[in-house]
Ligand binder design. Structure first.
Ligand SMILES: NC(=O)c1ccc[n+]([C@@H]2O[C@H](COP(=O)([O-])OP(=O)(O)OC[C@H]3O[C@@H](n4cnc5c(N)ncnc54)[C@H](OP(=O)(O)O)[C@@H]3O)[C@@H](O)[C@H]2O)c1
Length: 231
């Protein structure tokens, strides 16, 4: 990963911060994004650019990629690891809940993927890793708004992968089952976090995709915890 410019959106979260720690000693140039400026400041270091970004605002997303290119000259990798969950019965979901899910999980990822592809096309190379989650391809009770957003991420990612392959830009989709991160702190579901995947497993999968031989396109990686497996 030496000298690769890697933009991690959701760098302040469980998966994103574990990936940041994995990549920091590899010589990669890291561009870290999230809204929490205190957490971003803690992650900043040499060869690290931290940009406070709310991905629901396309102008802030454009600013993130402009700053990344201004500082490091290019973007090689985008990791989309930002998101949030609202889990309620379908008839308890408010219009605000649905907007929240679509704004952060669907539109936010759309904007960052679009902006990354624009920067990557200049070099005719790039890799976009969208951390969708298994609820992007399997339904679950209480997850209708979340699934609506995550199924959408799969839809736009596959369309864009087809459009971008001629520019040497790959898109990998990650379908993790439950990962033990702060994501679950705000989710009103009874879950056993001890039985979830560790963030390290998610990081290992992303690392595999990023380091696959150049002609290989890891299109989809699906890892489920044994205790709660969707087939
Ligand atoms: N944990 C799981 O079980 C699991 C499983 C499969 C897939 N996923 C998906 O994986 C991704 C990362 O999840 P995680 O488990 O690492 O969750 P997490 O620990 O709660 O982290 C969420 C991250 O998203 C960022 N974020 C939220 N809203 C944002 C916004 N509007 N603009 C910019 N950044 C925003 C947060 O940063 P700030 O607060 O600093 O903005 C934080 O860095 C999410 O898309 C999630 O849906 C999670």
């Amino acid at each position: 990963m030496e000298n690769k410019v890697v933009v991690i959106v959701g760098a302040t979260g469980g998966i994103g911060s574990a990936l940041t720690q994995k990549l920091a000693p590899t010589g990669a140039k890291l561009v870290l994004a999230g809204r929490n400026t205190d957490k971003l400041a803690n992650l900043a270091g040499e060869d690290v650019l931290a940009v406070a970004t709310d991905i629901t605002d396309p102008q802030q997303v454009d600013n993130l990629f402009t700053q990344a290119v201004d500082r490091f000259g290019k973007v090689d990798v985008l990791i989309n690891a930002a998101g949030a969950g609202v889990m309620k019965q379908y008839n308890k979901l408010t219009p605000e809940d649905l907007d929240f899910m679509l704004d952060v999980n669907l539109k936010g990822s759309f904007y960052t993927t679009q902006a990354a592809a624009k920067a990557m096309k200049e070099n005719r190379s790039g890799h976009i890793c969208n951390v969708v989650g298994i609820l992007g391809k399997h339904p679950m009770t209480m997850a209708s708004a979340y699934c609506a957003a995550k199924y959408g991420v799969v839809g736009f990612s596959k369309c864009m992968a087809d459009e971008l392959k001629r520019y040497g830009i790959k898109i990998t989709l990650f379908y993790f089952g439950g990962v033990d991160t702060p994501f679950w702190d705000n989710v009103s579901l009874k879950v056993d976090r001890k039985k979830m995947l560790s963030p390290q497993t998610a990081v290992d999968a992303i690392w595999f995709a990023l380091n696959a031989e150049p002609q290989a396109i890891p299109m989809e990686i699906n890892i489920q915890p044994e205790s709660h497996m969707f087939l």
